[in-house]
Ligand binder design. Structure first.
Ligand code: ADP
Ligand code: MG
Length: 207
């Protein structure tokens, strides 16, 4: 499915997309949080972008781990440690690999989801990034089992993540800052679910 150079190109694409959409992400966070999600992620991914050239000769596991550590150390707020942990765990799942297949990518996504759940003490249905990540991972697995085609599986995953963002509008936040709002969080999209969807759409486009 992809090799080191492509992983670096995808991370560059994600950084560009997050930076481009930072206002949109921050607006979502303004409504149910503290209005910094886009700023947080743009700061972290700008740092990642700067480090990408130095990662060119590393294996995919090391590239993902460095990306995760960069996010942990540069992103304030809940999303830094959470996305950081997701990428560090993804890096462990890809340790030593210079090429990854679709089954590898499914295992990497699984590790990322587990990383967020453990770090965030969270699960599906709490109006967080997990409500995009979990259905995306499941759709990817299902579509790949049915078609054996990586592109189709990634497109299905991105579509499921987008539906996951819609689903977050229908539920009350029970984790993170949005949980302070209780029922007033209803009707609004979760910023983390939206940012994950942008990232996955970029992966689906570039992989
Ligand atoms: P903060 O909430 O500290 O301001 P951000 O605004 O950058 O951090 O990120 C908020 C996003 O983090 C939420 O939209 C949600 O998706 C995610 N999030 C917050 N807490 C958790 C958690 N415990 N588990 C999973 N995701 C979480
Ligand atoms: Mg915030």
């Amino acid at each position: 499915m992809t090799n080191q150079q492509k992983v670096i190109a995808i991370l560059k694409g994600i950084a560009a997309r997050v930076i481009e959409e930072q206002r949109f992400l921050t607006e979502l966070d303004n409504v149910i949080g503290d209005g910094d999600h886009g700023i947080n992620l743009a700061r972290g991914f700008s740092e990642v972008d700067k480090k990408l050239p130095s990662m060119a000769d590393k294996d995919i596991g090391a590239i993902l781990k460095t990306t995760g550590m960069t996010l942990v150390s540069t992103v304030g707020g809940a999303s830094g440690p959470l996305y950081g942990t997701a990428l560090i765990q993804a890096g462990k799942a890809a340790a030593g690999k210079c090429e990854i297949s679709m089954p590898d990518f499914i295992a990497i996504m699984e590790a990322a989801v587990q990383g967020v759940m453990t770090r965030g003490k969270s699960t599906a249905g709490e109006k967080t990034m997990l409500d995009a990540m979990i259905p995306a991972k499941e759709a990817m697995e299902k579509e790949y089992a049915a078609s054996g085609d990586a592109k189709t599986a990634l497109a299905a995953a991105a579509a499921a993540a987008r539906e996951g963002v819609e689903y977050t509008k229908t539920i009350i936040a029970t984790k993170g800052r949005a949980s302070y709002l209780g029922e007033r969080s209803l009707g609004h999209s979760d910023p983390g679910a939206a940012s994950f969807t942008l990232m996955l759409e970029t992966i689906a486009e570039l992989a």
